[in-house]
Design a protein around this ligand. Sequence first.
Ligand code: 2AM
Ligand code: CA
Length: 270
Amino acid sequence: MTKYISPALTVMVAAARKAGRKLIRDYGEIENLQVSMKGPADFVSSADKRTELMLIEELQRVRPGYGFLTEEHGVIEGPDRTHRFIIDPIDGTTNFLHGIPHFAISIALEREQQMVSGLVFNPITDELYVAEKGHGAYLNDKRLRVAARKELNKTLLATGIPFLGRPGHETFSAELSAAMATTTGVRRFGAASLDLAYVAAGRFDAFWERGLQPWDVAAGILLVKEAGGVVTDLNGGTDTLTGGTILATNEHLHQSVLKLLKDAGKTAKH
Ligand code: 2AM
Ligand code: CA
C-alpha cells in the first residue's frame, strides 16, 4: 500500500519541516549557551514561542479559517468551528534545553472532534511520523505496526516521571516498582509525543504517563491507533486527549499493563 497523504497533512508536514529547520539552528545555539552564566532557559522559552508562531502562521496561511489549541498561545478560535490544529512546538523541552537531541514538533488536526491527521517530527534525527485516520501510520515512508508481544515479561515499557512541583510521586514510584519487577526494562526519554510514536513503531511495547496535556498526545494517539495499537486513559476509559493520563500499547498487553499499574497504584502511600 502506498502512503496516502491528504492535502491537510501535506500542509502540516510543510509547516513542520520549515519550523524544524529553524529549530535545528536554535538547537545549535544551545551548546554555546549551556556554558554561559545565564544558561539557555530564556532562549529556549523564546524559541518555543517563535516556533509555535511560525507553525500557526504557516497553517493559517493555507487553512485560514481553522482554529488552534496550542501549548504557548492557548486557544485561537477561527470562523471554521469544525476544524482545529493542536500544536506542541517543542515537545521534550527539557531535553532541548539540555542539548539532548530527543524532542519533536507535534501537530494534529481535529475535524468535528475527531483526530484525522497527526504528525510527530524530530528535526534532529529527521524522523517524521505521520498518521491519517483510516490510512495507517508511517515513519518517513515505512508503514508502522505496534509490537506483537503478548507476555509482560518480554516487554520494554516507557513512561514519564513526575518532577519538582508535579503531583503523583508516590503513585508513580509504586507503578515503577511493579513495572521493573515484571518487564525487561523501563525507559524515560522525556517527550511524550515521541514515546507514543515509538509505541506505534513497535520500539516500545507500552507507554504510560500522568499529567499530560492535549498537545503532548493528540498526534501520538492517532499514530498508535493507526499502527494497530490501543490507547486508553489509566482507568481504561476513552478520556485520552483531555484526561491527563494515558496508556498506549497493543491489544494483547493492554489489560495486563492496565491491571499492573492499577494494582500498583492502590498500594501507593498518599
Ligand atoms: P513538554 O516538553 O512540551 O513540556 C515529559 O514527561 C513529557 O511531559 C513531555 O512530553 C512534556 O512536554 C510533558 N509535559 C506536560 N506538561 C508538562 C509540564 N507542566 N512540565 C513539564 N513537562 C510537561
Ligand atoms: Ca509537550
